[in-house]
Write a new protein. Sequence first.
Lengths: 1026, 472
Amino acid sequence: MKKLLSIVLLSFMIMGSVVAQSMKVEGKVIEKATGESLPGVNLFIEGTQVGTITNIDGFYSLEVPSGDVTLVYSFIGMQTVKEVVRDRTVINVALAPESEQLEDVMVVAYGTTTKEAYTGAAQVVESEIIEDRPVTSFEKALQGTTAGLQVSSSSGQPGSTATVRIRGIGSLSANSSPLYVVDGVPMAGSLSDLNPNDIESLTVLKDAAAASLYGSRAANGVIMVTTKKGKAGKTSISFNSQVGISSRVGDGYDLMNSSQIYEQTWMGLYNWALYQDKQTIEEAIVYAQDNVKETVGFNPFGVDSPLDDNGKVIPGSKVLTDTDWRDEVYKTGIIQNYNLNVAGGTESTKVYFSLGYFNDSGTTIGSDFTRYSAKLNVRHKVNDWIEAGMSNHLSYTETNAPPGGGAGANPVRSAEIINSASPVYNPDGTFNWKNKAAFDFNPVGLYEYDIYEYKTKRSLLNAYLNFKLLPSLSFRTTGGIDYSGDKGLNYYNPYHGNGAGVNGRSTIASTENVNWNISNILIWKKQTNNSSIEVLAGQEATGNDYEVLQGAVTDFSVFDMPDLVWGGTPVMPVSYSTGWTMVSYLSQGKWNYKGKYNLSASVRGDGSSRFGEKNKYGLFYSVGGGWHLTKEEWMPKLSWLNYAKLRASYGTSGNSSIGNYESYGLYGSGANYSGYPGLTPVQLENQEIRWEKNAALNVGLEATLFKRLDASFEWFTRKSEDLLFDKPLSASKGFPSIKTNLAKMQNTGIEATLSYGVVRSKDFNYDVSLNISKYRNEILEMTTDEIKSGTKLIEEGASLYQFFMREWAGVNPDNGKPMWYTNVASDDESNSTEPGSAYLDPLGSGKQVTSEYSDAERVRLGLAIPDFYGGLSNSFNYKNIDFSFYFYFSVGGKVYNNDYAVNMHDGTNPGYNLAVDAANAWTPNNRYTDVPRYMVDGSDNGEEISSRYLEDASYLRLKNISIGYNLPQNICEKIKMSGLRVFASGENIWTLSKFKGFDPEGALNGTTANSIPGVKVFTFGLKVDL
Amino acid sequence: MERLYKKINVLLIVMIGFSWSCSDDFLVEEPTASLPSENVFESIQTASAALVGAYDALSSYTFEGLYWPIMSDLVGEDLMLVPGSGNWGWFVETYQLEVLPNYTWVDEPWWAAYKIIYDANQLVAFAKDIPDATDEQKKAIEGEGRVIRAYVMLKLAQMYAPAYHTNPDAPSIMNVSVPVDANAEDFPRATNREVYTQIESDLLTAIDKLGSYDDKGFFDKRAAQAILARAYLDMHEWEKASKMAQAAHEGIELMKREDYYGFFYRNSETIFTVAFNATDNNTYLTIPSFYWPEFGYSSVRANDEFVNKFASADYRKRFFLLYEDIDPDRNLVLKFEHNGQVGNAERISIRASEMYLIEAECEAELGNFSAAQDALWEIQERVSARTSKSTATGQDLINEVLLERRKELFGEGFRWNDIKRRSLPFVREGDHWAKWNFTASDEDYFRLTFPIPQSEIDANPQINEEDQNVGY
C-alpha cells in the first residue's frame, strides 16, 4: 500500500513540475479536405496530461513549458498529428480522415483486432442497424443482418426475447443459445433489459478461432456487445424520440361467425344421430334441433328456432350475438421510445451517459412492457500507464404477460376457441363466463380481474483496470456483477377462472440472480519490421447465485386487492437457492508476418461445479490461419481484385448449459399428504454426465472486387459430441427420461455475404447487400436407435426437428371419413402387411389407405429447419435523405399448425370455435373435400396428429423499411444545433407466405402453441443533436 | 528499472485482491432445496417423509385421485359422461371405448403408477437399513411400501392386461419390485401369474408386518387384507378371497341408513381413503368436481336403465336426480359431494361393504348359499334394498350379488373390472350415447383392456409393437 501511495504522489509531482515555466501557443485546426474548421479537437503535450480542446471555430491556445515539447492533435476519425513547438507561437494544423483504419477495428474475445489480421469468422453489426428500431431487445434487430445467424421470435409478447442460433443447432436438450458478452463480461439476465440504443456494435463470433477462448460456454457461438463510450472532444448531447403503432403481423385464417358455428354444430349433431346412433333422418333432425343450443352454449339469434330442418338459418332470423373474439383480445399497440445521450470527455477522461424510456403497450390485452434505463460509461487515465474504467447499466422493467400455451387464461387461445355465439357481456353488462370452450374463462373479464405482472431491476456493472507495464506488456483486470431482481405477481380473482375454486389466489415470487465474474489477463505484444506477435494469458472465475422466495394465499376477503395480507388461507411458501461456479485458465497467441500470413492459437481449461466428480474439467483449444493473397509479390496486380484473404480454423469448445445439480440423485420436498410433510424422488442419479463437446472447422474467403463489391464466403462444419439428451426411459425407471451424453450431431453449412456499392457519387449513394445461409443438421449417433415423440422422430442420419406422423390421404368421398395412407412399408412398425382396414385410395393415388387412425404407420415428412435463409438490404442516400429497406427470407421448413388443428376439430371439441374452412366438411352433397364429416363427439380421429396440419413455413418478409431526413448543417448551425433528423420506419410490414396462421415465423422446432403473434410496427421519430 | 519495479508492485497488490484460491472446494456446489437420495434413508424422519411422499404420488389426479376411479366406471354400463360440449373433452374416448395407445387417458395413469411403484421400491428395499429406526418403524415403512406397490400393481394389471382368469400366462404389466437405476436392463411384460404372485407375496408380508391404524389415510393390516381379497377375487380363488374379505371387515360397523351419504369424508366403514383436505387436493381434477352437478366439470350422468334397477324404497335411489335446469335428459349423480370447497373431499378407496360383497360372491361360488345370503343381507338391509333376506341360490344368487355390487359401489371405481374379471357381456342400453353390446367371445371385448402406452413401447426395447394388447 505504501508503494501505491508513493506512485500516486509521484504522479502529482510530475504534473506539478510540468506547469512550472510557460510560453503560449495558439492556432487553428481545420479539416484537410474541406478546409472547414474543426471544433473539439483534442491536443496535449506528449507525455503529459496537459492539454486543451479547440473551440467552436477550431481555435485553441495552450501554455507550454518550452519549445522542446511536442503537441499531439487528435480527433476521432482523423489521423493524429504531432508538431514539435520549437519557437513557434502559432501552429495551424490540418487533419486528414483516418477512415480505413478505424473501420476495421473489431471487438473480439478478450480484446480487439483488425479485420485484416483476424483469423476467425466473425461479423460486426454496427449501431446503425440496431438504433431507431422499435424492438424491445437488440437481438431482434439482427434477423437477416448476418449470415449464419438465425433469429426467430416465437411470441409477440412485448419484452420477450427471440431465439438465436449461430450456425445451426448445437445441442439437443441443453441450451443452444449463444453466450452474450457485454463489454468483456459474460452476462446472465434477460436481453430485453438492455437499451438497444446504448449499443455501439455487436460482434458475432461464429467459428472456433473466434469463440473458443470462451471454452465451455462457446459451443453455440458468442455475441460480443460493445456499448457506447464517450469520446474526447466537444460534449455531444443527443435526444431521440420515437412513437409508433403496432398490430398483429398477419390476419391468419378466418374463424366462423355465430351463424356458421350454429349451422355447423347442427350438422354435427345430425350426423352423430344419423351415423353413430343410427337414428332415422327425422329423428336426427329432431335431435339436432333439440341439442344445438346446449352444444354451442348460446342461441345467438333473436328467435328460439332459427334453423330449418336442413340446419340452415331461416332467412330473416336476426343475429343478436356475433362476437369476434379476436377483436376483443387484440388491439393496436402504441410504442414510445425516448433516449437522451450525453457523450464527451477529454483525452484522459471520457464519459458516456444515457437515459432511456421504452414503452410498448402490446397488441394483446394484458400484455405490455415498460423499460427505464440508465447507462454510465467512464474511462479515466490515472496516469500514463494505468487506465481505469466502468461500464454501468441500470434498468427497471415492468411487464404484464398473460399465460400462454394451453392455459385456460391464455387470451390468445381463448380468442381462437371460444365460439362467436358466446357473448362477451351479459345483457346486464356483467361479463359472461359460460362459454363452452374455456370453462369460466372469459379473456376480457380475466384481463379486468386478474394480474400477471413482473418487475425486474437489473444492474450490469463492470469495472476494469488496465496497466501498461512495459510498451510491450499490459495487464487488465476486470470484475463484473450482473444482478437481476425480479418480482412476479400472479393474482387470480375469487369469482372466475383459475381462482374460483379457492376463492381467489395470489402468488408473489421474488427471485434474485447474481452473476459475478473476475478475469485477469496479461497481454504481451512484440513488433518487428516484418512481423508482430501477441500473446495473451489469463485466468477467470465466474459464479452464479439464484435465490427464490415465494409466498401465496387463497381465500380472499376483498376483491381486486392482490396483496398477500388479504388472503385468508396461506399456501405453502417456497424458498430455495441454487448456484454454480467455474474456474478457467486461458491463453492465446497471434502471429502476423508481413501482413501476409496470420496465425492464431488458443487454449482454455474450464472447471465447473455443475458436473459430477469424474467429469469436472474440460480443455478446449483452437488454431486458425489467414493468408492475404493480394499481398503476395507473385500475385499479379489485378485491377478488379483489390483484396483477397483465405482463412481456415479448427477448434473445440463446450456447452455447460445444464441444470446446476444434474449429477445428483435427488428427493424433493412438497410431496405432502394428509397434512404430513413428504419427500419424493425428483431426479435420477447421473454421475456420468459430462461436457458437451463441439469441434468446428471453418474455411472462409474474403474479397473486394472492383473496389465496390465486398464478398465473403464461408464453409463450416461443426461436430458436436457427447450431447446431453433426455433419453426416454421405460416407466419402470420411475422417470420419463434421463439426461445422458449420448448423441453426436453435425451442422454443416455455407454462408455468403455480398455487399455492392451500386452508385457512389457526391450526392447519391446506393448500396445493396445480400446474405444467405444454408445448413444441414444431422444426428450422427445416438445410443438409442430412435426417439419418437409427438410430431417428431429423432434418429441417426437425420436432422433434429424431423416431422414424423401419419400421412393424410384426404377424405373418403363415400362416407366422409378421414383417410391416411397405410404406409406399411414404413419402419414405424416392423410388420409390413396391410391392416385389415386398408383399402385402395378412392381418390386415385393408387396407394392403400385406411380410415382407422391406429392402422396407419407414421412416416418421415420433412424438417422444421429451413433449406436456406438470409437477408437482402438496400440503402439509398441522396443529399440529406436516406432510405433503406431490407427483406428477410426463410425458404423450406415446415410447421405443424397445432392452432389450426384445434380449429379444425371435426366435432371432437363441440363447443370450440371453428375455422371457416371447416364449413367445407363432407356431406353427401359435398363429397370431394379435404375436410371430413363433422360429427359432434365423433370418433373418426381425423383431428389427430397427421400431415393434414403440416404446412410449408417459407416466407419472405419486408423486415424493415425506413426513411430519414437530416437537416442541412448550415441550417442546424443557425438554430444552434449540431444535427436534426426526422425519420419513419416500418417493421415486419409485409409478408409473403402460404402459411395459414398469423405468422410463419415461430418456434424453431416447427410447432405452434397459441403464442401471442408477432407484430408489425410503424414508427415516426425525431433526433436532435446539440 | 525502478519504475518497472513499482509497476510490478502495484500489479501484485491488484492480483492479490482479485486472485481466488481455486481449490476443489470452490467447484463443489451442493443442492440446498433437495436432498441427495443416499441421505433419505439415513434417518427415520426423512424415511417417513419419503413414505408420505409415496402416498402423495398415489393421490395424484392421474391415478387414484381421479383417473383410475372415474375411468373404471366410464368403462361400464351404469354411468356416462354428458354428451357434447358439456364434457369438456375429459375422458370422452374412454367412455366411447375408443382409446388409442397415445391417449392421455392411457398414458398418464401408467406413468403415474410406475412412479408410485418406484417410490415404493425404495421404501421396501431400504427400510431395514434406517439406522435410527425402531423395529416397529422399519416394519411399518416396509409394510406400507409393499401395500402401496401391490395396490398399484393390481390396478395396473386390471387396466392394461387381459383378465387373470382368462389366461394366467397372458402378458401382463412390468413386474418391477426392486430399485432400478437408469441404466438397468428394461423389463418385459411379465405374465399375469408372475404379477399376481408378486402382489400376493407383498400383501402377505405386509399383513405380517403391519398393525392396525386409526388413521385410515394410510394402509394398515386390514387394508392389506382387503386388497388381497380383491386380488384373489380376480384369480377366482373364492375361498382365499372370502377369508381375506372377512378378516378385512371383521369388527367394522357398516354405515347406518341415517348416515349413508358420507362419501366425501371418512365414514365408519372406511378401510382406506385418499386423505385429501382443504389445502391439499386436486380442486377441479377430483371425483366430486366431475360427479357433483355443480361447481366443477359436473359431467357424469347415470344411465336410465341402471337407475331403474333400484327398488323405489332403496335408500340409494336418492343418489339420482332428474333436474331440468341442469340437464333435462339425464340423471345427475349426487353420491360424491364437495366438502365446503371445490375438490375438497376424501376419495374412499376401500370400505367394508365391498368386503361383505366379496364374501357373499365367494361363498355363493363355493356353494355356501346361506353364508352368502347373510353377507348380502348386511348390505341390503340397511338401505332397504329388499324387505327380506334373499333366498336365491346358485347362479341366481351370484347374479344378485353382482347386481348389488353395481348398486352399492357405482362411482367408486369397480364396474370395469367386475365385468372383466367374470367375462360378463358388455351391454349399454337406454340413454347411453355410445352404445355397445358385446360378449366375451366377441372381437370387441379387447376394448375392456387398455393398450400399453405408446410412450412405453417407444422407450422400452423389451416391449415392442408385437407385444401390444390385442386390438390396438
